[in-house]
Design a protein around this ligand. Structure first.
Ligand SMILES: [Fe+2]
Ligand SMILES: [Fe+2]
Length: 166
């Protein structure tokens, strides 16, 4: 039996976030599949890289829960809805999704403060910074799509550019 260094409330909230990060990974994989079907291989690649990052986010929290004596639990991952519409529509959704995730991270930070859990607070600061990056990335690409025009023929340049993401 390990000693709990996190409260049950924190453990439960972090486990929920693990699930949401995996859901994000699923969502971006679904978007990758959509871009493949649109013959926009660069965007599809970008989405796969993004999906990998979301899995890494999930794993970061997953490991942290155990490190603090909690029990990391996996729950069913919601299936993302089928995609449609234009590249611009998809990136509007990415931006909105990341803003929603930022709200979740902020709520976790507030919980850590209420629980006086400084270690969890500190761990979450990485996610606070990461969300700034994630929102910026999504809004930059969305702005570029709006600049060139949200039709497939105009997206070739951006497709090449985002296809270089490592
Ligand atoms: Fe994430
Ligand atoms: Fe994200």
């Amino acid at each position: 039996m390990k000693n709990y260094l996190i409260t049950k409330a924190i453990e439960e909230a972090l486990n929920k976030q693990v699930n949401r990060e995996f859901y994000s990974a699923y969502l971006y994989l679904a978007m990758s599949s959509y871009f493949e079907s649109m013959n926009l291989g660069g965007f599809a690649h970008w989405m796969r890289v993004q999906s990998g990052e979301e899995s890494a986010h999930a794993m970061k929290i997953f490991k942290y829960i155990s490190e603090r004596g909690g029990s990391a639990e996996l729950s069913a991952i919601e299936a993302p809805k089928a995609r449609g519409g234009s590249a611009g529509k998809v990136f509007e959704e990415v931006f909105a999704h990341e803003q929603k995730v930022t709200g979740m991270i902020n709520a976790l930070v507030e919980l850590a403060i209420r629980e006086k859990d400084h270690a969890t607070f500190e761990m979450l600061q990485w996610f606070v910074r990461e969300q700034v990056e994630e929102e910026k990335q999504a809004s930059d690409i969305l702005a570029q799509i709006r600049m060139v025009g949200d039709t497939q023929g105009h997206l070739i340049y951006i497709d090449r550019h985002v296809g270089k993401r490592e």
